[in-house]
Design a protein around this ligand. Structure first.
Ligand SMILES: Cc1ncc(COP(=O)(O)O)c(C=O)c1O
Length: 398
């Protein structure tokens, strides 16, 4: 009798190794031993969703009309609210019907847009380091990734231009992300995006801008929207989310906005795959966008305070850091004498084992992340200080 064998698809086999796997397993093992682990690994907001949003969800959930399948691309009033926000905050005009779509968290929308736009033989430009789904979604769609060093200057765009000129087959798409995860890198103004639009037009390359941290800014900084650049809607889309700024990560509500053809392609694939977000959650999301600007600003103040604490603690452990002005992360370089020839993945394992602290190893975000650690600002100031006391003690023991 032949052996019965179940094999995953070639698509699954194309995925690069999941470099957080060992770290997550160790964290779980420690937690099962009832050890108090301070988890600064994932950008998973720990503060509650504003009460008015939760109240609206409860009220809307009781209405049988909201208990049915919803619209895959999101209810009109939610899409309209996104258009209103873009008009108010970025002076960008969007048609809620053809230029805005709600997705089940921006990660789902991003991944399905890659599936809708890409296939075998296609190439996509992604910066290194990168938020891992920016690589995985391309791989899952059957396309190839060409990486460029992450940068926010015109010089860094010259490298992208060169790849567009010399790479064959010519890249079909580029993926951008400012404020950036994991590095918290930001743009000073829209000039970077203006050049991106020029490059995109010249080489016929679609653009996806991941704007997940667009609302999570401090010290008066305002992150520019890709869509605020003239011609951006001709070449690309921007993803935003309620996960971070409104502490709604578990609600799974994100948006794609911009280029009609790309929005239509995403709507088509989603129309086959899903029935939309729970309608009561969509109604509550309207309340979030309409009435919770102040909650968002208060949350940003909290992140800024935690950032200050982390930067102060980092100087005591000797890790080099540039104070970020956006995102919910601090990106710090670990001195070689502390790494002692180890990679950051092993160093992060040591920190869980010996300091009971989880931070994300830079290497897990790409080769250029090696030597760095990403610290998520998801614990209160006391816990953050405790984490770095633990780390310092471990480092000093040598
Ligand atoms: C850069 C970036 N994009 C997208 C996401 C996913 O957001 P969502 O909860 O909307 O799927 C995250 C979450 O960590 C992120 O850091």
């Amino acid at each position: 009798m032949t052996e019965f064998k179940i094999e995953p698809s070639e698509r699954i086999k194309r995925l690069p190794p999941y470099l957080f796997g060992r770290l997550n397993a160790l964290k779980l093992e420690k937690r099962q031993q009832q050890i108090d682990i301070i988890d600064l690994g994932m950008g998973n907001p720990s503060d509650p969703t504003p009460q008015v949003i939760v109240d609206k969800l409860c009220e809307a959930a009781r209405d049988p009309r909201n208990q049915r399948y919803s619209a895959s691309r999101g209810i009109f009033n939610l899409r309209k609210e996104v258009a209103i926000k873009y008009a108010k905050k970025y002076n960008v005009e969007l048609d809620p019907n053809s230029e805005v779509l709600a997705c089940i968290g921006s990660k789902e929308g991003f991944s399905h847009l890659c599936l809708a736009m890409l296939g075998p033989g296609d190439t996509v430009i992604v910066a290194d380091p990168a938020f891992p789904i920016h690589i995985y979604a391309v791989a899952l769609a059957g396309a190839n990734v060409v990486t460029v060093p992450l940068g926010n200057t015109q010089e860094s765009l010259n490298i992208i231009k060169e790849v567009c000129e010399k790479h064959f087959p010519r890249p079909k798409m580029m993926i951008l992300n400012f404020p950036h995860n994991p590095t918290a890198m930001t743009l000073d103004d829209i000039s970077y995006f203006e050049t991106v639009v020029d490059i995109a037009r010249k080489f016929n390359i679609a653009v996806i801008h991941d704007f997940a941290y667009g609302d999570t800014c401090f010290d008066g900084y305002k992150a520019p929207s890709f869509l605020s650049v003239k011609g951006a809607k001709d070449v690309g889309v921007e993803f935003s989310t309620l996960s971070k700024a409104y502490n709604m990560a578990g609600w799974r509500i994100g948006f794609a906005a911009g280029n009609k053809q790309m929005i239509e392609a995403l709507a088509t694939i989603k129309g086959y795959y899903d029935y939309g977000i729970f309608q009561a959650a969509q109604i509550a999301a309207i309340i979030a966008m309409r009435h919770c600007e102040n909650d968002m600003l208060e949350q940003n103040k909290k992140y800024a305070m935690r950032r200050d604490v982390v930067c102060e603690c980092l100087s005591r452990v000797g890790w080099q850091v540039e104070k970020p002005r956006a995102s919910m992360f601090v990106w710090a370089r670990v001195p070689d004498e502390q790494l002692k020839g180890k990679g950051t993945i092993d160093f992060a394992m040591d920190l869980v084992e010996n300091a009971n602290v989880v931070v994300s190893p830079g290497r897990a975000f790409g080769e250029n992340g090696e030597g760095f650690m990403r610290i998520a600002l998801v614990e209160n100031e006391n816990r953050l200080r405790q984490a770095f006391r633990n780390i310092k003690k471990y480092i000093q023991k040598g």
